[in-house]
Design a protein around this ligand. Structure first.
Ligand code: HEM
Length: 366
């Protein structure tokens, strides 16, 4: 669809549009709050809400009159198309430090991102008080939205790091592919099951966070030059799936479910393959499932002329420790680590949805 509803109990850009129909272009922008006081921070979230509401609806920009700088950049022409834009706003643990008197409102589960054994985190690519996820059908729409939002919020939010992403169409069918050539997102939960795994509904969480979700962002470089020298068989053993169809190695079609009980020693799907470690499919690991919504990135070349490409891994869940961290700890030292390098990201809490025209982001918090 061209337009995703802005108002609702949950923000768009997580389950709407769902992973199978997710937009092709994205930007992940971490920002630091520079607002002087809590009321200024509240004002900036109100402005952000107004801009997100207008941009996701589309329509002509107002005429501010002769002599004024134009209201809009016109990057998308005089009538702004919605183009499937979603704006998804999340907050990091650092927003709850002493600056705004929010410490007592901080959810116990919102922490800085943990450093895992295979990480090489860079400060300049890690953390942020706010995470802005922009997704749309075309990259110029994402650019336009980011430019509009930063123009209107510059006094209170300062961009800290940014990674743009792109997604592929079905090639030739099914889920889109990552830059290692594999379909990525196949085993995601969908529908009611996904909803029951991602939306915060635990009464011990603060009231302002109910209906939100915990978002993990990991910026992960892919060493594609090395990957492209690995045999197809070894690549498939690392993931546990076929590269052409995305089928599990014990199946025929992409959406076949692997049956690990029939393969206890990992003769068909290795015990240390990515999918088997990530989701062993036992009853006691079912509540560790999470919703991935990742994008590819391509930043050109590094200083040595190597392709500087990878993956903005994003996932949503109710509980970072129960879901993301439990899965990530099982993935420590998996064979794939020789070909991927996490270097940034953060943990954030995706705010509940903006209910109606009188509501705004973080209204119940600020
Ligand atoms: C599955 C790629 C990192 C969690 C998969 C699949 C691919 C893939 C190709 C199989 C298809 C699918 O179901 O989506 C990658 C790449 C990564 C990466 C290239 C890093 C560069 C992670 C991380 C996590 C994760 C950091 C979470 C901590 C999962 C889960 C599955 C999965 C839960 C589904 C397993 C199943 O239910 O069968 N990943 N992944 N992945 N991955 Fe990753």
């Amino acid at each position: 669809p061209a337009t995703y509803p802005f108002h609702g109990a949950h923000q768009a850009g997580v389950l709407t549009p769902g992973p199978s129909e997710k937009q092709k272009a994205a930007a992940f922008v971490a920002l630091d709050a520079t607002a002087a006081a809590r009321e200024d921070l509240k004002a900036v979230f109100e402005t952000l809400t107004d801009r997100a509401r207008a941009l996701t609806a589309g329509g002509p920009a107002p005429d501010l009159g002769v002599g004024q700088p134009p209201a809009d950049s016109d990057v998308l022409g005089p009538s702004i198309p919605a183009d499937g834009l979603t704006v998804t706003v999340s907050v990091g643990a650092s927003l709850f430090d002493d600056r705004y008197g929010l410490a007592s409102a901080k959810p116990a589960k919102l922490t800085p991102m943990r450093v895992f054994p295979n990480d090489a985190l860079e400060d300049a690519w890690t953390g942020g008080d706010v995470m802005l996820q922009l997704c749309a059908h075309h990259p110029d729409t994402v650019h336009h939205a980011l430019r509009d939002i930063t123009k209107h919020t510059r006094g209170g939010l300062q961009p800290r790091w940014r990674m743009d992403g792109f997604d592929s169409p079905p090639r030739p069918s099914g889920t889109s592919r990552n830059l290692l050539g594999f379909k990525d997102g196949t085993a995601n939960p969908t529908g009611d099951e996904a909803a029951s795994l991602i939306w915060i509904d635990d009464p011990s969480e603060p009231a302002w966070a109910q209906g939100g979700s915990y978002q993990v962002v990991r910026v992960i470089r892919m060493l594609t030059e090395f990957w492209d020298r690995v045999s197809l068989d070894e690549q498939q053993q690392m993931f546990g799936r076929r590269r052409d169809s995305g089928a599990p190695l014990d199946g025929n079609a992409e959406f076949d479910t692997p049956d690990y009980a029939k393969d206890p020693h990992g003769d068909v799907i290795p015990l240390d393959s990515h999918i088997r470690l990530a989701n062993p499919r036992t009853p006691d690991t079912a509540n560790q499932r999470l919703l991935r919504r990742s994008y590819n990135y391509d930043r050109g070349l590094d200083a040595n002329g190597n392709l500087d490409v990878g993956h903005v891994f994003t996932c949503y869940q109710q509980d970072v420790v129960r879901q993301f961290e439990t899965v990530q700890l099982r993935l420590v030292d998996e064979p794939l680590v020789d070909y991927v390098q996490p270097f940034g990201g953060g943990y954030f809490l995706t705010l509940p949805g903006v209910r109606d025209s009188s509501d705004h982001y973080a209204k119940a918090l600020l």
